[in-house]
Write a protein that binds this ligand. Structure first.
Ligand code: UGA
Length: 436
């Protein structure tokens, strides 16, 4: 089947390349000519493990193409995915749907064959109805249906998540659209990935409910970690102990500096707005958003404590290792490192930073942080070394070398990468999250 993917950002590009890899003929469309030109040359607009190879292989095989021309791109496509951004609207936290609606208008004006229009962008409940209205108004004169098909990809693991999903959710009330979507996902369907067909509104809400629930889980364990520190318990054992209960599940119970990224912060806020609009407040999610925001700043205070407190820390130097919101991405959106760096700078601490992939994007966001070419250059002369993001490269740091080059052997491990007893035995003052 020919598939058109409108929006060649993170979601569109990964989904498009994976659909092509399944054997579909895919055209990725984007209005940014520089992005399309780069893609033609095999240059990826984002860092995602395995993506460049997947794109190159499928482009070479002729199954994956790129264009800025939406009318040509959607010509002959049996399914047209809308995968453009839905950022938080400035000021109120509502999802900004202007890109989605303008794409719907353009599709309506150019559609020449029967096609299912699928929203893959994360969109609030009811957006599919509006997309349908826009298309109906455009009256393209061919059969169409609007379906919802949210994505559940994690950055850094997106290709694996796409090819081996826990589930595929499709929201449509239209039997024909259901058939088309079954065809689109047939390779996964045959691989026994469960496919949940539901109403369009339920599908739209599933996406927000899933992300909000995961944010709740992370925030819950983060608060338990704070309690562990007070009562002398170990949050890793608490996680394991509760996660072995099949009703709770072991995943997303890693305590850390607070969740960040392009999804949880934005989607929890958008869910709160929807809940407010419909007068069905989701107070648990409200609390999670507040707790998580406060947590990122609190991590800065934790580092200051490791330096000896507010007065002692003034004029000292800290090395921040890992700036992206999580490993294996160059994404800096809502990264805890930003709040931590700011808290330190506000306290008169000078900050050096290093990240394996994120420094180019991080530098303008934290202009007062001195970016360094590698971890040890950042640690040179530092009074404390802080692991903010658990990149593999920081899992086996040369502790002896750190002792030699740092001003003080102080390690603050905000991702619980190291074993406290081992690091302390090497002569470090070590603090982590929720462990005695
Ligand atoms: C998240 C969801 O996991 C995906 O299913 C969803 O498709 C995606 O949002 C989206 O809506 O597009 P992502 O933001 O890429 O994916 O990253 P996650 O791996 O979920 O991590 C999010 C944040 O939570 C990171 O800051 C991470 O460090 C933090 N986290 C995650 C924890 O602090 N503890 C955990 O146990 C797990």
């Amino acid at each position: 089947m020919k598939i058109a993917m409108v929006g060649s950002g993170y979601v569109g590009l990964v989904s498009g390349a994976c659909f092509a890899d399944f054997g579909h003929e895919v055209v990725c469309i984007d209005k940014d000519p520089a992005k399309i030109e780069s893609l033609h040359q095999g240059i990826m607009p984002i860092y995602e493990p395995g993506l460049a190879e997947l794109v190159a292989g499928n482009a070479k095989a002729g199954r994956l193409n790129f264009t800025t021309d939406l009318a040509a791109g959607i010509d002959g496509a049996g399914a047209i995915f809308i995968a453009v951004g839905t950022p938080s609207r400035r000021g109120d936290g509502h999802a900004d749907l202007s890109y989605v609606y303008s794409v719907a208008e353009e599709i309506g004006a150019n559609l020449k064959q029967a096609s299912v229009i699928v929203t893959k962008s994360t969109v609030p409940v009811g957006t599919g109805d509006e997309v349908e209205r826009i298309l109906t108004d455009a009256n393209p004169g061919v059969r169409f249906a609007v379906a919802s098909n949210p994505e559940f990809l994690r950055e850094g693991a997106a290709i694996g998540d796409f090819k081996h999903p826990d589930r595929i959710v499709v929201g449509t009330e239209d039997d024909w659209a259901r058939g088309v979507m079954t065809e689109v996902y047939r390779p996964l369907f045959l691989g026994r990935s469960p496919m949940l067909f539901t109403s369009r509104r339920s599908s739209e809400l599933i996406k927000y409910a899933a992300n909000a629930f995961l944010a709740v889980k992370i925030t819950f364990i983060n608060e338990m970690a704070d309690l562990c520190e007070k009562v002398g318990a170990d949050v890793q054992d608490v996680s394991r102990g509760i996660g072995m209960d099949g009703r709770i599940g072991a995943k997303f119970l890693h305590a850390g500096p607070g969740y960040g990224g392009s999804c949880f912060p934005k989607d929890t806020l958008a869910l709160l707005k929807t809940a407010e609009d419909y007068e069905a407040p989701t107070r648990i999610v409200e609390a999670v958003v507040k707790v998580n925001d406060a947590r990122k700043r609190a991590m800065g205070r934790k580092v200051i404590e490791a330096l000896g407190g507010t007065d002692e820390s003034r004029g000292k130097k800290v090395a921040l290792l890992g700036l992206t919101f999580k490993p294996n991405t160059d994404d800096m959106r809502d990264a805890p490192s930003i709040a931590i760096a700011q808290a330190l700078i506000d306290a008169g601490v000078s900050v050096a930073g290093y990240d394996p992939e994120g420094m180019a994007i991080a530098a303008p966001l934290m202009p007062e942080v001195a970016m360094q070419p590698d971890a040890y250059a950042a640690i040179e002369g530092a009074d404390a070394t802080v692991i903010v993001t658990e990149w593999d490269a920081f899992r086996a740091l040369d502790l002896e070398r750190i002792k030699r080059i740092a001003k003080a052997p102080v390690l603050v491990d905000l991702r619980n990468v190291y074993n406290p007893a081992e690091v302390r035995a090497r002569g470090f003052s070590y603090s982590s999250i929720g462990r005695p």
